[in-house]
Design a protein around this ligand. Sequence first.
Ligand SMILES: [Zn+2]
Length: 482
Amino acid sequence: MLLVKISILTLSILFICSPVTMENLNINDTTSGGSNHADSASLSPDEKLELCLIGTVLTDKTVRFKAMQECFASLWRPSQQAIPNYFMRIFLLPSSLCDEIEKLMNSFWWGHSGTQNKGINWLSWDKLSMHKDDGGMGFKDLSAFNLAMIGKQSWHILISPNILIAKLYKAKYFPNCSFLDSSLGHNPSFVWRSICNSKFLIRAGCRWRIGDGNNIPLWNENWLADALPLEPINHNNLMYSGFTVSDLMENDSKDWNVRRISSMFDQTSVARILATPLYPSVSDDRRLWRGESKGEYSVRSAYRICVHELLDTSHLRVNGSWNLVWNIEAPPKVKNLVWRVCRKCFPTRVRLRDKGVDCTQICALCVGNNEDSEHLLFNCPSSQNVWNMAGFSQVVSNALANNNDAPAIIFQILQQLSKDDSAVFACVLWSIWKQRNNQIWNNVIDAQHFVFSRAINMLQDWKAVRIVTSKPGPTVQDSAIP
Ligand SMILES: [Zn+2]
């Protein structure tokens, strides 16, 4: 069904010069033998809206961009993080539009609308979209996600050259070469331009499963076990330009021809070739997607390859034992609070003043020292009493002796505590923060034993709810028993 929809939309955009309307969506589905008849009823209201908006303005770049903005404004719901996926499967969004959407999502995440430039965006969307193991929240990088979705079209064109849409593209844009060798061409459509932009992702993510090797060019293809092309060596590329992988194999058996390989390549390349397995049971050369065990393309694995291997995000990574934070068995709000402390975007008074907020920096609990994360959560006399009650005074003082910033203190403590104690520790952190907020915003002073008991009660309540919701509900038959 997905292919049908993509074909319909792409055909409309490729070949219909007049504005797209609901009526001319009645196109025979020739990709499935012409027996099915897809019409506008097969598209959801969101998809119809996208199609009309895009189809009517396809030829004008400025108007197209404006239509995209309007389309997103009407479809995107920041409260649900709902991105119009159908739109993003077909079109490469302009980077400026991606930036605009990410800024909106970022503002929403940090708890303000963003329209009036109020509030503090503690971290940029780039940092939030890093993997959780690298200090981020694992949100989507919109540009990479867009490429991964369009890559699915490119993948179908590559591995299914006989489907209608692949034949049409080939006839129009690459009649004399392969899809991966194709160029943008003269006056390309917006859809083809989008597909071409995703080819680098396809190149990086696909590899060959070697059958007889006759269809796999020796150079510039990922057929080795390490999924990297063979390195060009001096004049060898020209001499062996027409070679295929079958030329490196024995004639009468499915084995590498070691003598020939050794005479053609240096030791490194020979080792890489001989480390590539040949399976006698595989007879056909076939492209596989290396991100999935079954070799089928998936947006999830393509996004992972795009973000982890093709984009350089090393400068956005933050070292730390982040898995200890995310593995805490406590409510999400508690883990988010621990993450914020470790990510140094915890709104203590000292940090607020760093961000330009005109406020005092004196600790509200002891009215003695500056309120930074280390003091408020660990060094403040009020907090230390709470740690005594919780039985964590020794582990906290050990961590304070070895470290002087809150992330290092928390990572060390979490490393030393058991799973259950880690949950209690995190909930006490949360309760201390709530105590501070109650005092500042509600003028309510929480007793220290209450701070501890609130953490324990909250954790027990959360666990109880999880046990109830994880139990399977009664079946109809069970409930009928008196
Ligand atoms: Zn204090």
